[in-house]
Design a protein around this ligand. Structure first.
Ligand SMILES: [Zn+2]
Length: 236
């Protein structure tokens, strides 16, 4: 039996049976891990209200090699009260946690995604503009799990798109598609493409409008829908 002891974020909690919960954590050391918590809905005493998203947790789990681990301990080590007072911040945080839940494979450490998610929640907690930071996080998350959107070259023939030109973009297909290769339904303006490239490069001090961020988020969710059981129009 393996003991997992790690910093973690709760990315899902589903009622099960009469009083139980199935919880899914995104852990620093082991990636996404699920556990059954017996009687969790009957009494909150055992984990003292620690089974909450957004706050950073410490969890201890017994892993017997089955699909579900057994949760031994969960406590909040860093409360992010700044997020829970604002609906826009809550929404951005919830979306980031949902992306991670859908995109990160179970029991696969994703250190870079973990660090970016933790950093995103910290900037949201400090009331930075949520959409811009969510967009940068989403582009980075896709890259971290191996699904980076190619915004420089045609994904079919490899031809580079000249700088300063609009391009056809098939985000679900992985990136740009040149005219010769048939193009794509969506186009991306030169200015937005430049902005997205700078965001992908995690350029410090990047500023974008909420409208630009929302366009990038739509592209990100398109790309995610191709790689995970992710439906941007569902709240799950
Ligand atoms: Zn092409």
């Amino acid at each position: 039996m393996k003991r997992i002891e790690s910093a973690a974020l709760l990315v899902r909690s589903v009622a099960y049976g009469e009083a139980d919960l199935i919880v899914t954590f995104f852990t620093e050391t082991d990636g996404k891990v699920s556990a059954a918590v017996r009687g969790a809905r009957r009494s909150t005493k055992r984990f003292g209200g620690a089974l909450e998203p957004i706050h950073e947790l410490f969890v201890s789990l017994d892993d017997k090699g089955k699909e579900l681990c057994v949760l031994k301990e969960a406590r909040i080590v860093r409360a992010r009260e700044g997020i829970v007072t604002d609906l826009d911040l809550m929404d951005a945080a919830g979306r980031a946690l949902r992306w991670v839940r859908h995109l990160c494979p179970a029991r696969t450490p994703e250190r870079s995604a973990w660090e970016s998610l933790r950093a995103l929640l910290d900037v949201l907690d400090a009331h930075f503009p949520p959409l811009q930071h969510l967009a940068v996080f989403g582009l980075g998350l896709l890259a971290d799990v191996g699904y980076a959107i190619d915004l420089e070259r045609c994904v079919r023939c490899g031809k580079a798109c000249p700088e300063g030109r609009p391009a056809f973009l098939d985000a679900a297909g992985g990136g740009l598609v040149c005219m010769t290769c048939g193009g794509a339904r969506r186009t991306i303006r030169a200015s937005l493409r430049t902005l997205a490239l700078r965001a992908q490069a995690r350029e410090p001090g990047l500023v974008m409008t909420p409208a630009q961020a929302n366009e990038l988020i739509a592209i990100i969710e398109d790309a995610m829908s191709a790689h995970a059981d992710f439906d941007p129009h569902s709240a799950k």
